[in-house]
Every structure is written in C-alpha cells, then in structure tokens.
Ligand binder design. Sequence first.
Ligand SMILES: *Cc1c(COP(=O)(O)O)cnc(C)c1O
Length: 399
Amino acid sequence: MGASLTRDLSAPPPIPEAGIEAAVAVLRSGWLHRYGETLGDASEVSLLEAEFAASLGTRYTVAVNSCGSAMYLSLLCAGVARGDRVLMNAFTLAPVPGAVAHAGAEHVLVDITPDLVIDLADLERKAIASGARHLLLSHMRGHIVDMDRLMALCDRLGITVIEDCAHTMGASWAGRPTGTFGRVGCFSLQSYKHINGGEGGLIATDDDDIAARAILYSGSYMLYGLHRARPAESVFARWRDVTPNFSLRMSNLVAAVARPQLPLLAERARIWNDRHGRLAAALAAMPGVRLPHRPQEEAFVQSSIQFAVTGVADAAFATFLSRCRARGVFLKWFGAAEATGYTSVSGQWRYLADPHTPPATAAALERLCDMRIPLTLTEAECATAAAIIGEELAAARKA
Ligand SMILES: *Cc1c(COP(=O)(O)O)cnc(C)c1O
C-alpha cells in the first residue's frame, strides 16, 4: 500500500479573525437577537441581508436560521398550499424533501441525467402529468442545468421556480448568478457550504410580496421596519395581519461570523476550482471513470467532486470505498442501500406518499463517488488523493 492522507479533511474552514472579532463584539454587547427596539437597522443580520442582496444583485434578502427554513418559507410565499404538488429533482439532500413536507405538499420526483442535473424532458412529462405549479430545483453538488432552457420550459408551463443554491453560492450560468433565475433563491450558511456560519439560510428575491411575507413568517415581531433590504410599507400592509410568526430568525452571532466571509467567496472559489481541476484531470485519465460534462456557460464553485465508476461489482465497490477511507480519502456513496452521513436517495425517504428512486437517477447514483474538497486541501494532497483512488480502483477491478 502506498501513501495515505493523514489530516482530518472533514474539518470545516475556520472563521476569519474579522468574524471572530465581530462575534465577540456581539457577545459583549448582548445584542444577539436581531431586533432591538432601539437598535436601528444596523444589526449584523440586517447588514448581512443588505450586503448579500447587493452581491447577488437582488432587491431583497431575508435571513433565516437554515436553508431548510429558507426553502420552506419560499414555498409558502410562492403560493404552495397543503396538498399541492411540488416538483423536485430526485438527486438532492434531505432538507429539500423536508422543506416540501414541512409545507404539507406532495413530492413529485424528477429524474436526473448522467451529468447529475435535472432531466428537462422528464421535468416536462412530470409537470404535465402531475399538474404541479412549483419546482424546487436543487443545483445539487454544484451542477447547474441549462438555466435558459429550464426557465423557458417552466415559463411555458406556468411553473414557479425556487432555486436551492446550497452548493452554488458564488456560481453562475451564462454570467447570471444562480438564485436569480427563479422567483426565489435559497442559500445555506451551514458549516460545509461556501460560507461557514454554523447554521443559517438566506432567501433572495426581487418579489415585493415574497420578501414581505418571508420577513413576517420568519418572525419580525412587527419590527420589519428594521430590515435594510425590505419592500415598502404598503406591501407589508397587505400581509402583516394575516401572516403567522414562525420564529425562524437568524441570530446576530451567525451574521457576525458570516459577513466577513462574503468578500472571501471569490478567492475561495478560485481555490476550490483549482483543486477540483487537479482531481478531475487525474480522475478523468483513469480507465472506467466518468466525470459529468460541464457546459461552457456554467461557472461553478466546486467544493466537492463527483465521478462515476464502471465495471466494478457491488462487493468490490464497497471494498474500494472502505480501502480509500482507510487511506484518508473519504468517498461518499449516494447509491448505497442505506442513508448514512449526508447521503440519501429518494427511495429512502419513506415519509413520501410514493418513495422511490426514478430509474435514471438510480442508474446515475449507482456507482457515483463524491468527495468533499476542503479549502485547505493542498496541491500535493490532491495528487496523493488521486493516486490512492487510482490504486484502489485498479485493485477493485482485479477483485
Ligand atoms: C445543505 C443543503 C441544504 C440545506 O441546508 P441547511 O442550511 O442545512 O438546511 C439544502 N440543499 C442541499 C442540496 C444541501 O446540501
């Protein structure tokens, strides 16, 4: 056996000093809750909302306690009612079907292609067959579908699009940031996403009514006037007395930690994409390894890498994964029979009215490997990781 990686590559990026200082200042002041009757509109959360909206080019951003909450509120604000059907790509993470369930809606699973993006032909079929009026689209693992074609299709069918950008903060399609194509874009500040706030979600939209309703639902205690990025009072007047308070707010502590990371996104993207490029080049040269095709219009931020393996039987594949892990290369397997550690497939979501994994999704995930790319991964570690995968794959093929 050759070299191993010996560091814990699952450690999230540390908080920059400016974030630590801002967090300590919040702690010293005691103003952890975002609203204070005398605090004005300069709370850390309010500033984060305004700065994130400006960076994305949307009129509004509403901060909440997780991306799961962001998606749930976005569904409600976009008009999803109990019992409605919501389309979603079958390859995604558990908070996405969770948000649909939270809204009391019924899931309509749409297949993905071997390139890990939603299959537009299946989307059209399922949209027509189900009568669903909403699509919760995950840019899962940073893979962005042709957004021009997707939006044209959804516009034609009268479908409202909500984008889950948990893996695409900083990414764009044909020069336009993800999260600005649909009616709403949802972002995550969970530690493994592109900004580490521990927990947190951001709802980005240009829509007055959605922004006002999201602020009210999130739990504004009627202090919505303290939001910097907010619609006019006349919009709130439509909703303020008919919208329940769900108390899903973000704390100033989270925003203080997150804000100084916003300007670091571009440099983080450069590092992630550099490491991804090195790994991708090495993996693509290995026999029986396939990487998803990436169109030219897609400007991704690849904080993880996916590759499919062919010609390895079940038992040998499981051995391959465990041997890589023993050498410090942790590969996730979404196609595994049981949901474990951040993986699952739709057939395992037994709370769905019809839990199953659509056929093309099952085929795409069957031998799909997924590796997180930590920001601290060095160039040398990329080479070592690729060598380990190559050696263990060759051994698995002989088995
Ligand atoms: C992490 C994640 C989310 C939601 O994140 P939370 O902030 O943990 O709720 C949504 N979608 C995908 C694809 C994710 O990976």
